[in-house]
Ligand binder design. Structure first.
Ligand code: NDP
Length: 384
């Protein structure tokens, strides 16, 4: 029986993870759950899965629920310290990091330092702090197993293969809701339109990132760290049907792809059970019902965020952290209807060009860059 801590259990990935565990009750036990402020859902989850403890980031939100958790016999922790403590507890074998944004970095690092398997959905951990995250894992021999469907696809394609034989990896992207929309229309894009993803039902931040193609760029950086590949070996292709989740091209020209319906439960289950593959009864792909599998070149001028990610990866050091923080702030401003959709790449580009990037020596320095970038965006977004 593996004991699982789910950071961000009330989110899209967190809820899918609990569905997987519900199907695999004889294999997994939910040990810890966490939320940002959705304590009502956290309480329902606690009633169903009876974890040892739960943590709520927003201390005020947790206060009025403390008696109910107590009656259940579930310890209730609060604040960022509570979240960090859960990522470090000894009695969890797997830490699922399903937090959104930069908040995920320190829990990832602390779980790895305790040699936990980290089932990683929080790509921002690797984007901003890849060098520190990989070093923390390598130091103690801890595993990072990706949940992102593209990286899970690569992991599955690479099973039994020698990494030296990889010529390239090809990340597929749906292209988002504006694949066919003219770039001149981007200032008119509404929040509701940007939140309507053609294939996936996800949290708000990643849905906006998918519409700008920032998400694919973040995945390029994630792939660089996870599979130790230089940027030139990480390609992106638009595949609107989201059936092929990614591919590996080997040095003899052979290409392996992983296919399936767009359903995050499959990569989540694989991350929990890797390298084992358990039976599952999720809906399956039926080739007889499949009409088209199509592919297009991404448009790097229309979707500048994707290009910015490649540039930040080439610059290295703190550039991806500055990009990530500026993007998080810009996405929030867009969701709050303070800026237009077209301003997101402009803001990110501006933060990158104004930041004085020096080499990076510590996580503290990295967090300084993160802070600088957020402040820069908050102070200047009106002028960009
Ligand atoms: P959601 O917004 O749906 O969920 C985020 C979770 O984290 C919630 O439990 C939320 O709590 C909690 N949370 C939010 N902010 C904070 C914070 N500052 N500190 C602590 N906890 C916080 O996100 P998703 O599930 O969509 O995405 C999670 C991660 O997985 C992201 O990095 C995303 O890129 C990645 N991912 C997601 C996919 C998907 O299908 N959704 C696919 C591939 C990757 P509360 O509910 O209380 O607000």
């Amino acid at each position: 029986m593996k004991r699982v801590a789910i950071l961000g259990s009330t989110g899209s990935i967190g809820r899918n993870c609990l569905e997987v565990i519900e199907q695999q009750r004889s294999r997994f036990q939910v040990q810890y759950l966490t939320a940002n402020g959705n304590v009502e859902l956290l309480l329902q989850q606690a009633k169903k899965f009876r974890p040892r403890a739960a943590a709520v980031l927003r201390e005020k939100a947790s206060a009025s629920f403390s008696t109910q958790f107590k009656e259940l016999g579930v310890e209730l922790l609060s604040g960022f310290d509570g979240l960090l403590e859960i990522s470090q507890r000894e009695d969890a074998d797997i830490v699922v990091n399903a937090l959104v944004g930069a908040a995920g970095l320190r829990p990832t690092l602390s779980a790895l330092k305790r040699r936990r398997r980290v089932a990683l959905a929080n790509k921002e951990s690797l984007v901003m702090g890849g060098q520190f995250v990989m070093a923390a894992a390598e130091k103690v021999g801890a595993e990072i197993i990706p949940i992102d469907s593209e990286h899970s696809a690569l992991l599955q394609c690479l099973a039994g293969e020698d990494p030296q034989t990889i010529d390239a990896v090809i990340l597929t992207a749906s292209g988002g809701p504006f694949r066919k929309r003219a770039v001149g229309d981007f200032p008119q894009v509404t929040v509701e339109q940007a939140l309507t993803h053609p294939n996936w039902n996800m949290g708000k931040k990643i849905t906006i990132d998918s519409a700008t193609l920032m998400n694919k760029g973040l995945e390029v950086i994630e792939a660089h760290w996870l599979f130790k590949l230089e940027a030139a070996k990480i390609k992106v292709v638009i595949h609107p049907q989201s059936i092929i989740h990614s591919m590996v091209e080997f040095r003899d020209g052979s290409i392996k792809a992983q296919l399936g319906l767009p359903d995050m439960r499959l990569p989540i289950q694989y991350a929990l059970t890797y390298p084992e593959r358990l039976a599952a009864d999720f809906p399956r792909l039926d080739f007889r019902k499949l009409k088209d599998l199509t592919f297009e070149e991404p448009d790097f001028e229309k979707f500048r965020c994707l290009k910015l990610c490649y540039e930040a990866l080439e610059s290295g050091g703190a550039a991806p952290a500055v990009l990530n923080a500026a993007n998080e702030e810009a996405v929030q401003l867009f969701l709050n209807r303070k800026i237009g959709f077209h301003q997101i790449p402009r803001i990110v580009e501006s933060a990158l060009s104004k930041c004085r990037l020096n080499s990076l020596h510590s996580v503290e320095e990295l967090l300084e860059y993160d802070r600088w970038s957020r402040e820069f965006v908050r102070n200047h977004f009106n002028q960009l």
